[in-house]
Design a protein around this ligand. Sequence first.
Ligand code: 3PG
Length: 308
Amino acid sequence: MKVLIATEKPFAKVAVDGIRDIVEQAGHELVLLEKYTSPDQLLEAVADVDALIVRSDKVTADVVDAAKNLKIVVRAGAGYDNLDLDALTKKGVVAMNTPGQNSNAVAELVFGMLIYLQRGGFSGASGSELKGKKLGLHAFGYIGKIVANIAKGFGMTVYAFSPSLARNPKLGEQYGVTAITTPEELYDKSDIISLHMPANDQTKGSINYALMSRLPENGIIINTARKEVMNEADIVRIMEERPKFKYATDILPGNHEEMVEKFGIRYFASAKKCGAQTQEANINAGLAAANQICKFFATGDRTFQLNK
Ligand code: 3PG
């Protein structure tokens, strides 16, 4: 079988080498398309492959159409809003992700961004500490749970809201967090919010003015989730109204220039999404993807299938 790694944002070399070992030891062939600059290059590269490993690369209906032999696609990572699951299902292609594999990297970045904002962009201005602050986790999956653990090390009080926690608040006790049953209450209680939900029909644009205005005057939002969950006009409005409000995002917003111009060091955006861009996360997610593909070809194993 022919396995393609198609990554506009490449894995670390050590991860690609590890993937190659797994794929070749299982008797398959590995091909690589990295740093491609146009969707046409992806359409061409998928033409004869049986399996595909991607990151945030868009697997559209056109890609699925062009990949005549495709049997499985694995998103090496958590969020799969880049996969057209309907198109994949229609063509009988199995889609998987690798949940949890890159979570630690994202969780650590939350604190990097938070300290950057709290210390005025390391400008030397008098800043603020994390100790004693109330952190609200908006969603509580793999990443939220690691963020909760790290936050306790900083001496923060941690609250969390997610639909599963709302149904079973006792789950929070296991992680030393207070489970909150509505997003509104989470924002009422918190000084700082860290977003950890997927982008879907329920969450897109859901971080809006009504919710954000429940935070204190000097509230902070950290977005390592997806650009689409934030209402971009509303974050501008709240930061204009509140001169101490801050926002950091790992996903460049549509209104980046406006944010830089208006808010200076109260705002930060990564030049390129880097939450999962560590050697360790690349190895964890990349090797998991390779193993899942080889197991699928060897035994038909469909653990982590998304389009059941
Ligand atoms: C994910 O959903 O796993 C993260 O957003 C990482 O995405 P990336 O693989 O494009 O860095």
